[in-house]
Design a protein around this ligand. Sequence first.
Ligand code: F6P
Length: 323
Amino acid sequence: MIKRIGILTSGGDAPGMNACIRAVVRTALYNNIELLGYLRGYDGIIDNQYVVMQRESVSNIIHRGGTVLKTARSPRFMTPAGMQQAVNNLQQSGVEGLVIIGGDGSFRGAVELSKHIDIKILGCAGTIDNDLVGTDYTIGYDTAINTVTDAIDKLRDTAESHDRVFVVEVMGRDAGLIALRTAIASGAEALLVPEMHNDMALLGERVRQWRKTKSSRIVVVAEGDEAGGAYKVADYIKSIVPDFDMRVTVLGHIQRGGSPTCMERVNASVVGYHAVKGLMEGRRNELVGIINREVVYTPFLKTVKHKETLDAGMEEMIRVLGS
Ligand code: F6P
């Protein structure tokens, strides 16, 4: 029977991480498992910085964005010396299992760690980008798309009042899922994402059409799109119609903050609970995800980043609704 485990959050923070931490802590303590909360991701293991988590450690955090354990991307963990220090510290503290909340880089780190020490590791997908195989929704994504939709709604108000064109850049690293969903939800007139081949000539044609009626227009651009970001897209539009009144908004890190949505809190709680249950069953090196409302464990090695390919119907729908 597993007696002591650790937990950490790694990579970019995401709303809902706290709900997941809470679920892990409460499930572990309920089952008489001691829990060490490592601070600042893998750096916490290397530096032996942890908090012994109590029931109260996670009181009143389910509704808070960010992560109470803090987070970091740890270049040190990728060095032989950092890895060895982490292994030594884990061995000394008698930790038999770990729950890692993070993105694909965090899970690659977990796979590496498990080559050096016999430890059970399970992961919960925490990233606003929703770009992992093994779960329909990563922790943070639902809140982020609601934040972005709310922001674009606000931009629409001012755009409409001035008959302006707004080019809005959203996060997602090399994935365009935040852009895709929020463009549909906010009724954007155009969308540029890495998953779709962007025919700039076609966009130019659409832009010329926009001259016929005075109105607001919203163009959503994924930060990872080949067009090179909102400012470049705005320059392109301006080169076609120089007299457009245009503004660019890069939403930035506001997308990573805020109180998690109801769905976020529920999903994060479910995967956190099942991460501890999985460790108790002896599972290791897997991501705990939710696919079609079922809890599914997927080997870390298969949770590589994915680019959702859009089916032709979806592409067509986006074009029609934005026309
Ligand atoms: O992976 C989450 C994410 O917010 C991406 O969407 C974005 O590209 C990146 O992290 C930003 O990272 P940082 O917080 O290091 O600037």
